[in-house]
Write a protein that binds this ligand. Structure first.
Ligand code: MD3
Ligand code: FE
Length: 208
């Protein structure tokens, strides 16, 4: 039984989507991918200030950011290797939650230390805004904020706990959102603490 809560039109929240064992498996797969491919530090376009969140992508395309801007690319910005494949367990979750929309091309892994945050932003570097975005949280609880498609619009906040899932689609796909804070030591899943968030995305429009 999966609880499904529609937070607003286009945003569906699945508290406790992943049981503890499923979280442990996913965590171990993430650790393996990181040990083979390494997290990288993104920097903000233009000024090049480092972001507090560390990243890695899985899939045929990955999201990167540096002084020249945000984009999707086929290779790791530090090692120039192809990204590791998206785990089969993740593709299964995508199919379940999106009703098997064309498979995701990118899975962005964000790692938040206890002090990391992500400012309000829109995800608009994809060519396919019809595709939903699926998000999974692992580790310490985070305070997530979502607004509207206008930066100054009203926002609502929810706490995302380890194992929670979210799907964003349709009218919410261009909503501003961010992570205001991480609640330290609220989960025992990650030995070093902090939080992983995985977002699966479609980048290009699927060929019908
Ligand atoms: C709403 N990540 O990687 S996931 C991001 O928890 C990002 O790491 C946050 O925002 C995190 O871009 C939030 C939830 C999320 C992801 C994508 C969205 C919400 C979204 C795309 C459109 C609207
Ligand atoms: Fe985002």
């Amino acid at each position: 039984m999966t609880t499904r809560v529609e937070l607003k039109s286009g945003v569906v929240y699945f508290p406790g989507l992943l049981a503890r064992v499923a979280q442990e498996h996913l965590r171990d797969e993430i650790y393996t991918a990181i040990s083979e491919a390494q997290l990288f530090q993104s920097t903000m376009p233009r000024w090049g200030n480092p972001m507090s969140v560390k990243m890695l992508n899985l899939g045929t395309l990955g999201w990167v950011s540096d002084k020249s801007g945000y984009r999707y690319q086929k290779t790791h910005p530090v090692t120039n290797a192809s990204w590791p494949p998206i785990f089969p367990s993740l593709l299964k979750i995508w199919d379940q939650l999106t009703n098997a929309y064309a498979p995701p091309e990118a899975c962005l892994i964000n790692y938040y230390s206890a002090t990391a945050k992500m400012g309000l932003h829109q995800d608009r570097d994809e060519d396919d805004f019809n595709a939903p975005v699926v998000s999974l949280s692992l580790g310490d609880t985070a305070l997530f904020r979502i607004g509207t498609s206008e930066r100054a619009g009203p926002t609502q906040s929810i706490k995302l706990q380890s194992g929670d899932g979210l799907i964003f689609g349709g009218p919410a796909r261009l909503d501003f959102h961010g992570i205001d804070r991480i609640y330290k030591d609220t989960s025992t899943l990650l030995k070093e603490g902090g939080r992983f968030n995985l977002t699966m995305r479609r980048v290009t429009k699927p060929n019908l």
